[in-house]
Write a protein that binds this ligand. Structure first.
Ligand SMILES: *Cc1c(COP(=O)(O)O)cnc(C)c1O
Length: 364
């Protein structure tokens, strides 16, 4: 029995997406190479980009974090410096990567329920001219807060920095305009808003930047330039590709297009989210992030004021009904999270709300 996943990924996928994986296919076979080509073009098309305009998509084996580390460890020159604008766990992760790879960096942290202060970023960049790159997370999945990548990207651009965006949990679900946001590198993965299964991450960047930064890689397997060059030259991966995951992803891209593209998917996710928070409010749950900063991707709820409420017990109660929610990730407040992305609709959210209500009614 499939579980309905109200998580930030892996997500609930369609049965057609799952079925595409039920076969064997050679990794160097022409049929597979055609599928890869379709997938690369399809990824660019999600944001209305194309190779003809100088954009490139790169596939990288592994989960989303591998894609982020591939970019962070590949593009910053040895005399470069990265400013990480952070308000959650995924921002912090980039800082850890920099420490491991000995990359000069500064993590500018803000509270987890606040969007970054633009003036603070400008002040830092005015006082230190050695920064070459700026990185930020679009939707900080830690809380569900949505960061203003357009404002931050334009600051990076004005200071002549390359702009790196972790759009893991937003790409495909929230429309992103690369030109407006001045994005130089965007990273996302197969198992988030494209609604496919785990297996790889992907990077969208400009050919011009790939050529310019190609000598900066600090690892062999996560070298985005070598990965890109080999694919350009041979149409193949350097190392064993996640074949089944790519087959599923190919189908997921078709389904995204059938849904009407990102704007229609955004509408469905946003309806899911509104239905969720309205229903949760009626049961007695408040949200952690203020509505003006809250994304419709994932929502953090505070533990309610209900005697004997126990998240672990509620989690188990829901799981027995094939509903999976997500624990919180904050240290100071007791929270849990519910994602509204993936192949889920009105009826699924209804089932979730009814089950949470029946758990709470038992306590009452
Ligand atoms: C999911 C996610 C990642 C990557 O997580 P993995 O577990 O490596 O797939 C990175 N950043 C954000 C914002 C995410 O939501």
């Amino acid at each position: 029995m499939d579980k309905i996943l109200f998580t930030p990924g892996p997500l609930t996928t369609s049965s057609a997406v799952k079925q595409k994986m039920m076969r064997d296919l050679g990794s160097r076979d022409t049929e597979f190479m055609e599928i890869i080509k379709d997938v690369l073009n399809g990824i660019l098309k999600v944001s209305n980009l194309s190779k003809n305009d100088g954009w490139e998509a790169i596939l990288m084996q592994g989960s989303g974090t591998f894609g982020i580390e591939a970019v962070v460890s590949s593009v910053i020159p040895s005399n470069g410096k990265l400013l990480i604008v952070s308000n959650g766990a995924y921002g912090k992760n980039m800082s850890k990567m920099c420490l491991i790879h000995h990359i000069n960096h500064l993590e500018l942290s803000f509270s987890e329920n606040q969007i970054p202060n633009i003036n603070r970023i400008i002040e830092i960049l005015e006082n230190d001219k050695s920064f070459t790159h700026l990185a930020v997370v679009h939707c900080e999945t830690t809380t569900g807060i949505l960061n203003p990548i357009k404002e931050i990207g334009n600051i990076a651009h004005n200071f002549g920095l390359e702009f790196i965006v972790d759009a893991m949990s937003s790409f495909g679900g929230i429309p992103i305009n690369f030109d407006d946001c001045k994005i130089d590198y965007l990273i996302s993965s197969s198992n988030k808003c494209i609604e496919s299964v785990p297996g790889f991450s992907f990077i969208i960047t400009k050919k011009e930047l790939l050529l310019k930064n190609q000598a900066n890689a600090r690892t062999f397997s996560l070298d985005i330039f070598d990965q890109w060059k080999r694919m350009e030259k041979t149409g193949q991966f350097r190392f064993t590709p996640p074949i089944h995951s790519i087959l599923a992803f190919h189908q997921a891209l078709i389904e995204l297009e059938q849904e009407g593209g990102v704007s229609f998917r955004a509408k469905r996710y946003s309806n899911n989210h509104n239905q969720l928070i309205n229903g949760m409010k009626k049961i007695g749950f408040d949200t952690y992030i203020a509505p003006e900063y809250q994304s419709y991707i994932i929502t953090t709820f505070l533990y309610p004021n209900i005697h004997l409420f126990d998240f672990q017990i509620m989690y188990k109660y829901l799981s027995e009904r094939n509903i999976i929610i997500y624990p919180g990730k904050l240290t100071e407040v007791n929270t849990f999270r519910i994602g509204t992305i993936g192949k889920i609709t009105y009826n699924d959210i209804n089932k979730l709300l009814e089950s949470i209500e029946s758990y709470c009614n038992r306590l009452r």
